[in-house]
Design a protein around this ligand. Structure first.
Ligand SMILES: [Zn+2]
Length: 111
């Protein structure tokens, strides 16, 4: 036999919700729920990093979606990393093309 932490009502040992006040009394049940939601929500952040690292537009979309959806600081950080990686790719491409254009400019003779 155990007791509700909120109202003190007597409950059976297997009880997860208090029959009197309706609050969750089993801490392991509560933990399972938070773990489940955490597991679900980290997926976008991880994908944002992966696609951000690959340099795709998908990385940008996932990062923005994640930043809008997430409330957990750790998940938001993942999205910012993904966004940062995407921006890094854009800079790499800009530098890459700038180098190509500048080398073409020097190799093509002007008359
Ligand atoms: Zn209760």
């Amino acid at each position: 036999m155990k007791y509700c932490t909120k109202c003190g009502a007597e409950l059976v040992d297997e009880a997860v919700v208090c029959t009197k006040c309706g609050c969750i009394v089993d801490p392991s049940f509560q933990m399972q729920q938070t773990q489940k939601s955490e597991k679900e929500s980290t997926a976008i952040g991880i994908l944002a990093i992966v696609f951000g690292a690959l340099g795709g537009i998908v990385g940008l979309i996932l990062s923005i979606v994640g930043i809008c959806i997430y409330k957990e600081p750790a998940n938001r950080r993942n999205c910012y990393i993904g966004l940062g990686l995407f921006i890094a790719w854009i800079f790499i491409f800009i530098i890459y093309y700038a180098v190509i254009i500048s080398t073409l400019g020097t190799t093509i003779p002007y008359y």
